[in-house]
Structures are given as structure tokens and as C-alpha cells.
Design a protein. Sequence first.
Length: 244
Amino acid sequence: MRIDVVSIFPEYLAALELSLIGKARQDGVLDVRVHDLRTFTTDRHRTVDDTPYGGGAGMVMKPEPWAQALDAVLADAPSPDRPTLVVPSPAGAVFDQAMAHDMASLDHLVFACGRYEGIDERAIEWARDGFDVRPVSLGDYVLNGGEVAVLAMVEAVGRLIPGVVGNPESLVEESHSDGLLEYPVYTKPSSWRGRDVPEVLLSGNHAKIAQWRRVEQFRRTADRRPDLLADVDATALTKADLAA
Ligand SMILES: COC(=O)COc1cccc(COC(=O)c2cn[nH]c2)c1
């Protein structure tokens, strides 16, 4: 997969050189390119923002540098297919694991990191000719810019790409993969500061362990994210499971 990120703080994305994503880049599994929006300005001060029409506090990102930057990305695109342009924004569709899987199936993802009060809307509309434009929110809160959201999304998407995570098995049983939160996990020692690992996990009885884990998933989801239960087939939980 090819990923392009455009930002006025390209050094913010240095974290993508670390750990699993960094290794995937070295192995050629991911091709991540970060671009400094100021490269695409033409004035002496490398201006990327100006005051908002209609008044109000803050500044707005000028459309022209964005059009120049996105044109440069298109000129160097890996395939003639329309890339997806993800614009992290408080006014976007909320990012979730389903969206991460959808993005992981794409050949070319481009991220536009907004700052200040946002990007001139005309640049977003202009981009619809060359890109599948998707405003995406991480949640109902406001960041100072899109870079932190891009780090989260590139990690969530990148880890789903074959060859990025060592053991693909570890992607199967995790929160949200089956609509439920994940069960609690334990490791040695079996007794720690007076707290013992649940007996069933030491039993070697794999059917009982699977049953216990399933119940814990439902219990946790009901406790922390009851909103998720609406979409889950609770009949999968038998009375025997609950009695266990
Ligand atoms: C058209 O879109 C834009 O102009 C985006 O502009 C901005 C402006 C300020 C901050 C951000 C970063 O995104 C978030 O704050 C965000 C994402 N998820 N939850 C909060 C983006």
C-alpha cells in the first residue's frame, strides 16, 4: 500500500518510522511518503493560511498550496485509479474498525492534515475531481491539527496489511473484530500481589476457556459499551455460558 501525508508539521509523522509500521516501510510492505505543505507555496514567507471570510477568530488554510500539493501526489501516484483522500476533521464520519478494514483494502491512501480553523472548503471540493474525498473524525473532540489523527489511522490501517504484523492470528481475536470488546488477558506469575489468574485459564480445558472468554467479552461490553450490544447477536451466549 502507498500512503501519502501532507502536513505543515511533517516531523510530527516521524513516529511512522518506528516499530511495526517503520519495519513494514523498510521491508517495502508499506510505502509512506510525508510532504511539507510549505514546499507548495510560492511566496517568500511560504504562506499557508489567511484570515477567514465572514470574520471570526483564527486562520483558514489557503486552497492553492493544497491544490499544488495534491496535484504533486497525483502526478506521482502508483496507479491511475482515484486515490482516497482522508481529511481528519471534527466534522467527519467517525473512524472505526470497519473503516480501518475498508481503508486497508485500498491501493493508495492520501491524508491531508488540516490546521488552524480548517482548510478552505473550495480545496476540498476541488479535490473531489481527482480523489475519493472522505472527511474522517477520530471522535467528538477537537485536536489542533490532523497529524495525531493520521498517526492513529495509519497504525489502525497499516497493522491490517498482510506482512505488517508478524502473527496475523493476533489480529483475529481483538476488540471490535466480532463486535464485542476483548476479554481480559493474564500472564505469569499465576499469583501476583495476592491476585490469582482465573482458575479456568490454568485448566487446559480449551472449550471451557473459550466459553469463559466469550462470557467476559459480553460482560465487559455490557458494562463499558452497551451501545455495541445492539448490533450483536446475544443469543450466541447460552444460559450455560452465563452459569459457567
Ligand atoms: C475540511 O476539513 C478540515 O478543514 C480539517 O481541519 C482541521 C482543523 C483543525 C483540526 C483538525 C484535526 O482534526 C481534528 O481535530 C479531529 C479529528 N477527529 N476528531 C477531531 C482539522
